[in-house]
Design a protein around this ligand. Structure first.
Ligand SMILES: [Zn+2]
Length: 195
């Protein structure tokens, strides 16, 4: 991959996420169907980075939630040390504590990825503190917020830092999803009342 292969957009110019204005649009390539979903994370959460994966653990979590008596649209887990890797939410200071409950909404998949945009935005509105949205039988979207307005001057540094930060959230989430799948296999509930 070369720099000229990468699509470039100016965020402030994007009025309609489906009719995007590009600063650079490589003619032989096709922009990712995820683009409007990334724009949602950038605009609604001031995210510096958004990662989308088809993690098998994330998919398994959505399948386990689907199997319950009714389709469950929320993954919840508490009393696990790794929860401390997550911030309390957009615009809030500090991270979750060991006893706090991490909540991640689940949206239903669609045949075309860009059609997920409206439900993803609705899930972000309903769960303003979440850093991720699971997509049923598909994967997960994870984002990281801009950490420090002052560092905005050094854009490249912030981009690298936020990419790393979001990557760490993604790794932490994948760890939790795998753990939760194993807990379910052993009959251990995700929520416990240890306090
Ligand atoms: Zn996908």
């Amino acid at each position: 991959m070369r720099p000229e292969n990468i699509y470039v957009l100016e965020l402030s110019k994007q009025v309609d996420p489906r009719n995007r204005i590009y600063l650079r649009s490589p003619p032989a390539l096709k922009p990712s169907q995820c683009t409007p979903l990334f724009i949602a994370a950038f605009k609604k959460r001031n995210a510096g980075c958004c990662i989308h994966t088809h993690s098998q653990w994330a998919v398994l979590i959505t399948l386990l939630l689907e199997r319950r008596p009714a389709n469950t649209t929320l993954f919840e887990i508490n009393n696990i040390e790794q929860i401390k890797a997550f911030g309390k939410g957009f615009g809030k200071q500090g991270n979750l504590g060991y006893h706090d409950t991490l909540r991640i909404p689940v949206i239903e998949n669609t045949p075309h990825e860009e059609d997920l945009t409206d439900t993803l935005e609705a899930a972000m509105d309903k769960y303003p503190d979440t850093y991720a949205v699971l997509v049923r039988r598909h994967g997960v979207y994870v984002w990281g917020e801009t950490v420090d307005r002052a560092k905005a001057q050094a854009e490249r540094f912030v981009a690298i830092f936020n990419t790393m930060h979001t990557f760490l959230i993604d790794v932490s989430l994948d760890y939790l999803f795998q753990l939760a799948v194993e807990m379910k296999k052993l009959g251990i509930p995700w929520l416990s009342d240890i306090a």
